[in-house]
Design a protein around this ligand. Structure first.
Ligand code: ATP
Ligand code: MG
Length: 362
């Protein structure tokens, strides 16, 4: 699966862009502020319905426009699938997949799975557990079809439980009813995550071994509670504390993927470049597993890949992505740094020069 064509209108400084894309590597270079990250933001909007830089869409829309629109033509198993996203300053949105409107962004995500590596990806290691939960859940969502529904039902049960905890008095009977629902869904979520990670972690280790000579990484899933105990017992033991804090302290909403290097938290030890290699390995491993499970490819957005990486590591990342066969969109300031990140023998590379919001294919 890959994107053949991309049209962008009114997104940041990209007023009218029409690109014909390579199924393999698309490399975008240009000076600071030229529009490289905005181009990746446009692709993200197409695959997720929102920006990776801001919560609201207004700053993303070009100052002289009321709407921004991104249109893409996806090639999937021999068929052309048009995708379209339009968003206005007033908050209106229209998402279309294959000519049909879709009501929420998961319809887009299913049609065009994206993996992103940008400056926020460092949070995968040095940020809170929510970043690592998002990482795991991306994978589970794309390989396990019941996951979204189970997750939404769990969110509802958690919300109900927390609202009971905010009442003046504890209603033990009602709490017991919600706990039963909570535990059942929590265990399903944990089971899906455990299953996924059992396949993913060995792949991360393999990819890491190719990218880095460092040894001694350890990945451990924390369920969100001490799962040598029954969750129902944990909730019962927590009840007074949960009531005092007005929140549920244990459950899959508190899960984490703990990453250690030589028995210490990896984020305390590794350099910036080493962290970038580690998070890249995590994302690339996900792409390999996704391909294996679904027979499809996801698309990669790699913003400023050359930064923090030396030539040897850039090329190793490039070679891995090349071997994976996924369509990639890579940006960088210096043309030479970008070109040298991708194997020489590869002929399908398309280079684009970005300047003042204009993009020209070389
Ligand atoms: N809503 C908007 N309307 C018009 N222009 C905007 C808007 N928002 C941002 N810009 C401008 O669009 C340009 C795009 O910036 P972008 O982040 O894409 O640059 P970049 O090429 O990734 O630069 P860098 O190399 O510094 O990361 C910037 O010059 C920015 O000031
Ligand atoms: Mg940028």
């Amino acid at each position: 699966m890959y994107l053949k064509k991309l049209d962008v209108h009114g997104l940041r400084n990209l007023r009218h862009i029409q690109l014909s894309l390579s199924p393999s590597a698309n490399l975008f270079y240009g000076p600071n502020g030229s529009g490289k990250t905005s181009l990746l933001e446009a692709l993200y909007l197409l695959g997720r319905g929102r920006s990776f830089r801001t919560r609201t869409l207004s700053p993303v829309i070009n100052q002289g426009e009321e709407n921004c629109t991104v249109f893409g033509l996806l090639e999937k198993e021999g068929n052309d699938i048009p995708l379209g996203v339009s968003r206005s300053r007033q908050g209106d949105f229209l998402f279309k997949v294959n000519g049909q409107p879709v009501t929420n962004s998961s319809g887009l995500a299913e049609a065009m799975p994206l993996l992103v590596l940008n400056s926020d990806s460092f949070h995968l290691l040095d940020g809170g557990p929510q970043f690592r939960r998002q990482f795991i859940d991306w994978g589970v969502f794309h390989v396990e079809h019941n996951y979204r529904d189970t997750w939404q039902r769990f969110r509802r049960a958690l919300k109900q439980r927390n609202s009971l905890l905010r009442r003046d008095r504890m209603d033990d009977t009602l709490m017991g009813v919600w706990d039963a629902e909570f535990v059942c869904l929590a265990e399903q979520i944990n089971h899906y995550r455990e299953q996924y990670l059992a396949d993913l972690i060995p792949r991360i280790t393999e990819v890491l071994a190719e990218l880095s000579p460092l040894e001694g990484f350890e990945f451990k899933h924390y369920a969100g509670w001490d799962n040598t105990k029954k969750l129902s017992d944990v909730l019962l033991a927590d009840r007074q504390r949960d009531f005092q804090g007005n929140t549920t302290y244990h459950g899959p909403h508190r899960a984490d993927l703990r990453v250690r290097f030589n028995k210490q938290p990896a984020s305390d030890i590794l350099s910036r470049g080493q962290i970038k290699i580690l998070v890249t390995a995590m994302q690339v491993a996900q792409g390999f597993l996704y391909r294996e499970r679904t027979g499809c490819q996801c698309l990669y957005l790699l913003d400023d890949l050359p930064s923090e990486l030396d030539l040897e590591h850039r090329l190793k990342v490039g070679k891995l992505l090349y071997r994976l066969g996924a369509q990639v969109f890579i940006t960088g300031v210096v043309r030479g740094d970008l070109r040298s990140s991708w194997p020489d023998e590869e002929e399908n590379v398309r280079m684009f020069h970005v300047e003042h919001g204009q993009i020209t294919q070389e």
